[in-house]
Design a protein around this ligand. Sequence first.
Ligand SMILES: Cc1cc2nc3c(=O)[nH]c(=O)nc-3n(C[C@H](O)[C@H](O)[C@H](O)COP(=O)(O)O)c2cc1C
Length: 198
Amino acid sequence: MFYDARTKAPLKHDPVKALVAPRPIGWISTLSREGVANLAPYSFFNLVASGPSIVAFSSAGRKDSQTNAEQTGEFVCNIASFDQRDAVNSSAATLPPEVDEFALTGLGTLPSQMIKPPRVKGAPAHLECVYLQTVPLFSKDGVRNGFDLVLGEVVGVHIDDQFVKEGLVDTAAMRLIARLGYLDYSVTDEVFAMRRPD
Ligand SMILES: Cc1cc2nc3c(=O)[nH]c(=O)nc-3n(C[C@H](O)[C@H](O)[C@H](O)COP(=O)(O)O)c2cc1C
């Protein structure tokens, strides 16, 4: 079949998110200028460069995570695991900036080492990031679609010791969750390795 992305036919639901899948979840914690903690999941999220590592999340309209990252210059990408899936979902509730999602979800916090925003207790890993820039997104015909891509450099990495084996991260053991299309998620609990050709 062929789905025309412009006319949105013939499928009732846009299939693209079910195809560019799984998309990792950046569970972003920030502090407001006033010092209120904020936490929200972003699945338009990925590692987009290495050396130094640069991550990006895309905000559908200006939301607190973007505002806080821009205003304070810092954010944490907490790595979302299957065990914390309900808290990931609860932290997506639309709330005013003065509400602390950590308090609301009952999640504990851990201090960061190089930046001020707290980390999610119980997450298998955390990336401490400093804000780099925001790229507003436009379609080919110049129409603003409302998304802003927020880029940050990873300056510190925390990994729960139980997931480090002989100096390597056991990603499958972390049971990371990711978004597919519709209401679907995936969990990474099986991996395979391949050596690249010379
Ligand atoms: C799994 C998941 C992934 C999400 N991904 C995004 C995303 O990539 N971009 C976005 O703007 N909103 C996304 N949302 C919705 C935001 O988490 C939600 O709007 C949240 O209230 C934003 O919080 P903030 O204003 O504190 O940043 C997602 C929600 C869930 C449950």
